[in-house]
Design a binder for this molecule. Sequence first.
Ligand code: RM4
Ligand code: MN
Ligand code: MN
Length: 383
Amino acid sequence: MPPSADNVIARLRELAIETPSWGYGDSGTRFATFPQPGRPRDVYERVDDAAEIHRLTGTAPAVALHFPWDAVEDYGELRAHIEARKLRVGAVNPNLFQDPDYKLGSVTHPDAAVRERAIAHLLECVEIATELGSTAQSLWLADGTNYPGQDDLRARRRRMLDALARVHAVLPPAQELLIEYKFFEPAFYATDLADWGSALLTCQKLGDRARVLVDLGHHAQGTNVEQIVALLSEEGRLGGFHFNNRKYADDDLVVGSVNPFELFLIFCELVASPGPLPRLTIDQSHNVEAKVEAMVLSVTNLQEAYAKALLVDGQALVAAQQAGDVLAGHEALLDAFRTDVRPLCARARRELGAAEDPIAALRASGYAARVAAERETHQEISR
Ligand code: RM4
Ligand code: MN
Ligand code: MN
């Protein structure tokens, strides 16, 4: 028997998604950026948008931050602003990909002085995380090479391991280090952390508090992401997710929009994993869609994928697998996937004090028009 509706709702109520501060501001492609009315002008307004997502969904209680994009003078003030909006700080994300110094790499750079700069930023992010009460530093490196012979692949790996070991060594007990991989871009010949295996080996070398972060957009076409999730979970190294959806590359489309079945299968692996859910963060920088609404839709898509995974009849699945009944096992998954879980999710949200239909509630609330008026008519604020 699948679990009861009450059980599913109890588990749904515990789902906690982190939304990304960097997903609320203007973004675009390398061809153009399309400014949206009401876009937040600073981290405080990005937090306000994140709070609106949580108000509507009841399931987005944390905001992940990116530095230096979200840097402020007074982190106590920022933390108070976040907590006053009933949010907490999610993972702190360092940025080692924009400074001209990092053209040839950051922690893998051939010049030791550049590597020291990169390490100093990672150590600064440990301090920022401490001040903000964050429990993770989530690291994605843009490091890589574009041409064979451009640099020594093994030396780059050793430089990276030395640098990250220094960061891991000073992590306070409350913090962990999440290591994200990406198979290409911005480097096109060799990415220093290209896949889950490279990230896992790195974590195993660093120590217990380093775990792998899986960004759904960072794999080659056809990769079985749910199997990667199962493997990392079995190794005790599944640190978390960056949720988005992709069609071709690192597209950052709304999670669950292109391949909801893949998302469901990933949640099936999470439901099968012992212990609490790992860190679940959205990593989407939208180009043409309304940003707050896109983030609400992303959270409701995650709620639905989780609800469907919770509805799988585990006994029927195991019985089919043990009987070698290939399609019965598959059909046990399809039964759950085809269930319309919208009423269940609406009930869970109602019990959380959120909106039964968050998209309709957002549209009816006038939030977009209000922030468009407030944020356009005032001078650029500086805090
Ligand atoms: C990268 C990666 C990182 C994110 C940046 C903005 O592709 O996904 O997680 O911090 O984009
Ligand atoms: Mn990511
Ligand atoms: Mn990405």
